[in-house]
Write a protein that binds this ligand. Structure first.
Ligand SMILES: [Zn+2]
Length: 163
């Protein structure tokens, strides 16, 4: 279910909305394979009608899994918009469509969430990814001295003693 509000709910003053939207409900497409949603979007908002627009404000939270743009390590991070606010016009060119007195707030939340995401996610500030070769990490493990080696050395020694 998308997050909608009925304008009549705002007749008596600000209305509080609290809940979750799944990435599917949010129709979130980060268009970036380095960024994947890892939780629902938590919202806690107050919506207020002010003449020809709605004032929405509150808190948005969502966790994403990122791949570090430098070292390619996966990491999770919560994106928090603590003092989020948005003025939604009800009239004019930028107005959102109102159907049967109800307005879908989902696209607004989706857009602002996407705008808050980093363009080049880093696992840590100053990540030293350059020194770590991603190709090496993804390839076959380095050939280390096998466990057989010492025993075969002893075997060789034993054989010498036997001779
Ligand atoms: Zn990194």
């Amino acid at each position: 279910m998308p997050l909608t509000i009925h304008l009549t709910q705002l007749d008596d003053g600000p209305h509080h909305l609290q809940g979750k939207l799944s990435p599917q409900e949010l129709e979130l497409d980060t268009q970036d394979e380095l960024i994947r949603p890892d939780s629902d979007l938590d919202y806690s908002l107050s919506v207020e009608r002010q003449e020809n627009h709605l004032l929405c404000r509150g808190e948005l939270q969502m966790t994403f899994e990122f791949e570090c743009a430098r070292c390619l390590e996966a990491f999770k991070k919560k994106t928090e918009l603590r003092h989020w606010s948005q003025l939604i016009p009800l009239q004019g060119e930028d107005a959102l469509p109102v159907n049967n007195d109800s307005l879908n707030l989902t696209p607004i939340l989706r857009e602002d969430m996407l705008l808050s995401l980093p363009q080049h996610p880093l696992c840590a500030e100053g990540c030293d990814g350059i020194n770590r070769s991603p190709r090496k990490a993804a390839g076959p493990p380095d050939v280390l001295s096998g466990p057989d080696e010492p025993s075969s050395a002893w075997t060789a020694l034993d054989q010498l003693r036997l001779e």
